[in-house]
Design a protein around this ligand. Structure first.
Ligand code: SF4
Length: 64
């Protein structure tokens, strides 16, 4: 599984970092998503799916 994050559409809502803090952070300047681990495994894979579903802007996507 591979996560892609498009910072040009991210609105900095922070749901991703709240849902999966091992995978996502937010930049200090604009609050946009920072991908910490683009290839999650195991439990992190399930957390990644949840974060993608919760993202309000559609900035996150997954490729298997
Ligand atoms: S949940 Fe979506 S919109 Fe919010 S910070 Fe994460 S990627 Fe950006």
């Amino acid at each position: 599984m591979r996560i892609a994050a498009d910072t040009s559409v991210c609105v900095g809502a922070g749901m991703c970092a709240l849902t999966a803090p091992r995978l996502f952070d937010q930049s200090d300047e604009q609050g946009t998503v920072v991908l910490l681990d683009p290839e999650p495994r195991g439990d992190d894979g399930a957390a990644a799916r949840e974060a993608v579903e919760r993202c309000p802007s559609g900035a996150l996507s997954l490729a298997e």
